[in-house]
Ligand binder design. Structure first.
Ligand SMILES: [Zn+2]
Ligand SMILES: [Zn+2]
Length: 207
C-alpha cells in the first residue's frame, strides 16, 4: 500500500494506523478514464479486516451532500457490498482500490456531469435498501430485514435459507450469508437499524 502510494504518510498508534496525504490515480470505467487527485485521511484499525477503515476526504472535493456520513467519513456502500468485494482479497490495497477509488471516481464524474456513473446512488436507508435488493435479489424490505435478523441462528449449509424460499441455504443465498456473517457486527447492527427506520418511513408514507 505505502510502496504504491508514496505520497501517503503513516502514523501508528495503539488502535490504528492513519494514512494521510494525496493519492493520484486514473480510474477507467468502461473505457472512460478520469484522472483523480484526492487528499485523504484513512484510519485503518489494527484488526483490519475484522474491522474496516474509515476514510475521510480532506481536500474539500467531496461535498457533504454527496455520500458523506454524519461523522464525516465517506459512505462507501452497504457492508454486504463491501464484504463481497473484499472477500477474494481482504487487503488494504484492495479496500482502497476496489472500494475507495470507485467512490472517488464517482464523485469526480458527478462533479463534471451531474450524474453518477454507476446509476442512481441513494444515501442512508434508501441506499442500503437498494444495495441489499440488488445483491440479494429480494425486493421486499421486510424480507431483507428478517434475512439479516435470522443470521445469528444459522447453521451453515443445512439450514433453510433465511430468504424464505424453503430451499436449503447451500442451494440458495449461501455466498451472501457467508459475506454477511463476516461483516463486522457493529456495522451490521447499525445497518439493520437504518433499514428498519427506512422501512417504517416508507410504510408510513404509504398509509
Ligand atoms: Zn451514502
Ligand atoms: Zn435464499
Amino acid at each position: 500500500m505505502l510502496s504504491k502510494y508514496t505520497q501517503l504518510e503513516s502514523e501508528y498508534n495503539k488502535e490504528s494506523l492513519t494514512l494521510k496525504g494525496t493519492v493520484l490515480f486514473i480510474y477507467d470505467y468502461k473505457g472512460y478514464a478520469l484522472e483523480c487527485l484526492y487528499k485523504l485521511r484513512i484510519v485503518v484499525p489494527n484488526n483490519f479486516p475484522a474491522e474496516w477503515p474509515l476514510v475521510y476526504e480532506v481536500g474539500g472535493k467531496v461535498r457533504k451532500s454527496f455520500h458523506v456520513n454524519a461523522t464525516g467519513s465517506l459512505c462507501l456502500g452497504s457492508s454486504l457490498r463491501i464484504q463481497s468485494i473484499l472477500r477474494p482479497n481482504p487487503s488494504l490495497l484492495n479496500f482502497i482500490e476496489k472500494i475507495v477509488f470507485p467512490f472517488l471516481f464517482s464523485n469526480e464524474y458527478f462533479s463534471i456531469y451531474r450524474v453518477t456513473p454507476f446509476g442512481e446512488l441513494e444515501h442512508g436507508g434508501a441506499g442500503l435498501y437498494q444495495d441489499y435488493q440488488e445483491i440479494l435479489a429480494i425486493t421486499d424490505i421486510n424480507q431483507i430485514i428478517s434475512f439479516i435478523e435470522k443470521l445469528p441462528n444459522l447453521y451453515r449449509g443445512h439450514s433453510l435459507c433465511p430468504c424464505g424460499s424453503n430451499k436449503k441455504l447451500r442451494n440458495c443465498h449461501s455466498s451472501a450469508v457467508r459475506d454477511l456473517l463476516d461483516v463486522p457486527s457493529k456495522a451490521l447492527k447499525s445497518e439493520l437499524c437504518n433499514l428498519k427506520d427506512f422501512s417504517r418511513s416508507i410504510t408510513g408514507l404509504a398509509r
